[in-house]
Ligand binder design. Structure first.
Ligand SMILES: C[S@@+](CC[C@H](N)C(=O)[O-])C[C@H]1O[C@@H](n2cnc3c(N)ncnc32)[C@H](O)[C@@H]1O
Length: 455
């Protein structure tokens, strides 16, 4: 693609490197995994206790945060149709294979789960802000590679996973299949220092197969005949890019464009859609049908500088995802004035989530009036982002005294962007001036003093 270099990330999802910004859009660790672990899981959607949530996705890019959220909601709304007999067999297999103590717990748990039939219905209205129209249009067409582990899980029945041989067979299969997994070009591996050998994704983190179709339909509604054009076609079908895009979705997109607005093709259209629906959609998930899943969402796309878009929006959001480039590259999306606009739009028990751990970002959020805490990842036992809310009870891991002290040093001085219209360079220069003339302690001196005091 023009300015971007797609690459495979460790979970099989595709990341983008932007030559213009000299920055990656997604972590090498896994574009999709990051969306789940930094945004969707810590958002604690169940804790919101609402059946109609409003979400603001700032810097939508190619939409991983929205896609992960949609997948979560579709899965939440599924009917659990596992037969009682199947549950009993699964429970028995556990009884036979693991020690009695553990077994009792597991068995009870399984039987208890067997009672769940219908989850509470959750609807979501998602406003997506993005500067780059091309990325938004491309977003539903990106492929996610099936990792060798997933292929194995599809082949071997789940209830066998209590046997040791299952794991050795799985490892063998994964090692062999990884040789055939798609690979990044050597140059991009060197540029981004990508070192992983095997692709791996947590099973629960997959994008639900309906999601990209729902996004595509929403984009058609917005762009109408402007969705698909010659340049766009060239981009997704050009040799070196082709492998990153999902062929079925491209066919679906192009067919919509050819026939969707031409009544003489109506019969063809319905046959084609019917085929797509039955071949690619309906069989994929017996617990929820496509139309029901689509009706759970209202997606709006705002293609503009997020500083302008935000002023057009007056809703109260339950969740705000802030996924801008780092603050040195996009200071305008971390400024005190922009964060103040977000504060106004966050509902009283809502949460703002961001991947950034920086002192500057945390202090800007504190000064805006938020309670601020850390996002904890139990898989690697690390703090991987920041959560802000007007409701103190939403903050499970508040900043400690040391971190609060750090926020009060020069490192915490926020960016300013009066009228939300300053040029990036001016915003950086303004802070630089404030930094130089500030009487606050420097962060390095603060850290030195605290370490001398053994704190
Ligand atoms: C780190 S990437 C976000 C990745 C994205 N969440 C995803 O899942 O693909 C940052 C995004 O911010 C967008 N962006 C940059 N400046 C912007 C602005 N002023 N307003 C809105 N979006 C902007 C870029 O085009 C890029 O897509």
């Amino acid at each position: 693609m023009r300015d971007y270099e797609p690459y495979y990330t460790e979970d099989g999802s595709i990341g983008l490197y932007s030559y213009a910004d000299k920055d990656v859009f997604h972590s090498k660790y896994g574009a999709l995994t990051e969306a789940w672990e930094k945004f969707v899981i810590p958002a604690d959607i169940d804790g919101l206790n609402k059946d109609n949530i409003k979400v603001l996705d700032i810097c939508y890019g190619i939409g991983y945060n929205t896609k992960a959220l949609m997948s979560f909601i579709i899965n939440k709304n599924k009917k659990n149709k596992k037969s009682f007999l199947k549950r009993i067999i699964e429970t028995l297999v556990y009884y036979v294979s693991i020690g009695i103590n553990k077994l009792l717990k597991r068995g009870i748990c399984l039987l208890r789960h067997s009672g769940s039939i219908d989850a509470n219905k959750i609807l979501a209205s998602i406003d997506c802000l993005e500067l780059n129209e091309e990325l938004v249009k491309l977003s539903p067409l990106f492929k996610t590679v099936k990792t060798p582990e997933e292929i194995y899980y599809n082949l071997v029945p789940k209830f066998l996973n209590c046997f040791d041989t299952y794991y050795s067979a799985k490892n063998l299969f994964v090692n062999v299949m990884s040789k055939f997994s798609p690979r990044n070009r050597k140059e991009i591996n060197e540029l981004l220092e990508i070192k992983f050998k095997n692709m791996h994704i947590n099973k629960e983190y997959k994008i639900h197969p309906y999601v990209n179709y729902i996004i595509l339909n929403a984009l058609y509604e917005k762009f109408d005949t402007q969705y698909w054009n010659k340049d766009f076609k060239k981009m997704v079908t050009r040799g070196k890019n082709r492998r990153f895009f999902d062929k079925t979705l491209i066919k679906y997109a192009r067919f919509n464009q050819i026939c969707g607005y031409n009544s003489s093709h109506k019969a063809n259209l319905s046959t084609f859609l019917h085929n797509i629906y039955y071949h690619h959609l309906s069989k994929r998930d017996k617990n929820i049908n496509f139309k029901t899943a689509e009706s759970l969402f209202k997606l709006n796309f705002y293609i503009n500088d997020a500083r302008k878009s935000i002023l057009q929006l007056n809703a109260q959001y339950d969740l705000i995802f802030l996924d801008a480039f780092t603050y040195t590259k996009a200071p305008h999306l971390w400024s005190a004035e922009f964060i103040a606009e977000l504060y106004k739009r966050l509902s009283p028990n809502g949460a703002l989530l961001t991947y950034s751990n920086s002192v500057l970002v945390r202090n800007t959020l504190l000064e805006a009036g938020f309670y601020v805490g850390k996002i904890y990842n139990e898989h690697n036992n690390k703090f991987i982002g920041t959560i802000a809310s007007k409701d103190k009870s939403k903050i499970k891991h508040p900043l400690d005294n040391y971190e609060l002290g750090l926020c009060a040093t020069k490192a915490g001085i926020p960016y300013h962007d009066p009228n939300l219209s300053f040029d990036k360079k001016d915003i950086l220069a303004l802070r630089e001036y404030e930094f130089r003339h500030s009487n606050l302690m420097s962060s390095s001196k603060y850290m030195k003093i605290r370490s001398l005091n053994n704190e």
